[in-house]
Design a protein around this ligand. Structure first.
Ligand code: HEM
Length: 325
């Protein structure tokens, strides 16, 4: 995929664009190519947001959620946990995750500054601004989660807020890299929309499975009280719905000659199969912590792959270096 979007109208995609739309879907050859630093920073913003979800999961499965029982201080008096504190190594695990917030913040601020320098007043810059607001908000939501002693619904909200941040980070990456893709036809747009909705529901119901499962983040935290088998059944039904929509989308994109969209559907299908296998394994093996952490990583990759499909099909790249309103 060319960051500059130059493609000269050749190949099946170029032909298809000519017949499906009169508006150019990709940047014209004279649009300035984004700097390598900018592309890397946009990618880094995605990577650090995934990383903090996984480190947050490690906090949860190690039972370290109340390792620092207060917020913003760790123990009500000090920001940094005391050596030999009552919570022992759990305090270090939880505090490490708190520090990770600053890594995420540093990357998104750097991205914003770089966008302000190289693409001022662009949509990408504005969305990167919202990314900063979102990361700060996530820090506060993490604090509320601790103060509510890891209520399962705030833990779920904390995870889903990270998924919302991944949406924004993926949008910024999309605006910066301007992937060359023709405009999708109506059928593909409907499939992509339905797929995004199903994928979002997989995540939401997944958090309810977690809220009903054994890994609360602290041994004393109450669970939501739903029957885990029933919620897991709803979760897997939604997963299979996503898989079905992905296969339908893959076939439709191939038939339409849309190579990059077909590739995005193919990547999503591969992620779904691996993540589904991890899901079944973790369920059948009694939800071992290591698989839960892996399942969290897989959930982020699944969401990113679904977002890629959604962005390619539903959000044609701006024609001129992202200078839209
Ligand atoms: C594309 C496939 C899948 C995705 C994207 C996905 C996503 C998720 C998400 C987002 C969570 C919540 C994580 C959290 O709140 O920390 C979750 C939890 C869970 N999922 Fe899946 N899942 C998938 C497939 C499956 C399958 C096939 C099963 C099989 C039963 C499964 C079983 C579970 C279980 C048992 C939990 C609770 C784990 C815990 O207690 O922490 N998942 N999943």
């Amino acid at each position: 995929m060319s960051p500059s979007g130059a493609q000269g109208g050749g190949g099946a995609e170029g032909t298809l664009r000519a017949v499906t739309t009169s508006a150019p879907a990709t940047a014209p050859p004279d649009a300035p190519a984004p700097s390598r630093t900018l592309v890397r920073l946009a990618l880094a913003a995605i990577v650090v947001n995934v990383a903090i979800v996984v480190t947050g999961g490690i906090v949860r499965v190690t039972g370290s959620g109340l390792g620092c029982p207060d917020w913003p201080s760790c123990d009500g008096t000090r920001v940094v946990p005391q050596a030999g504190a009552e919570q022992g190594w759990h305090a270090a695990v939880e505090f490490g995750n708190r520090l990770m917030t600053f890594v995420v913040l540093a990357v998104v601020v750097w991205l914003y500054v770089e966008l302000r320098r190289s693409l001022p007043s662009s949509r990408a810059q504005r969305w990167a601004g919202w990314l900063i607001v979102g990361v700060l908000g996530q820090g506060v939501l993490g604090g509320i989660t601790v103060r509510l002693e890891l209520h399962p619904l705030t833990v779920a909200a904390h995870f889903l807020a990270s998924m919302a941040l991944l949406v924004i980070a993926a949008m910024v990456h999309h605006l910066v890299t301007r992937p060359a893709a023709p405009r999708a036809d109506d059928r593909l747009r409907v499939i992509a929309g339905a797929l995004l909705a199903a994928a979002a529901l997989v995540l939401v119901v997944g958090t309810l499975v977690t809220a009903s499962g054994p890994h609360a983040g602290d041994p004393g935290t109450p669970r939501l009280g739903l029957d885990i088998r029933t919620v897991a059944r709803v979760h897997t039904t939604l997963v299979w719905t996503s898989v079905l929509l992905t296969v339908v989308g893959l076939v439709a994109a191939r038939r339409a000659g849309m190579a990059s969209l077909a590739h995005a559907f193919g990547v999503l299908l591969a992620v779904e199969l691996v993540q589904g296998a991890i899901g079944y394994a973790q369920y059948l093996l009694g939800i071992p912590p290591a698989l839960v952490a892996l399942h969290l990583l897989g959930a982020c990759l699944f969401w990113l792959a679904a977002l890629r499909v959604g962005l390619l099909a539903l959000w044609p790249v701006p024609a001129v270096a992202d200078a839209g309103p």
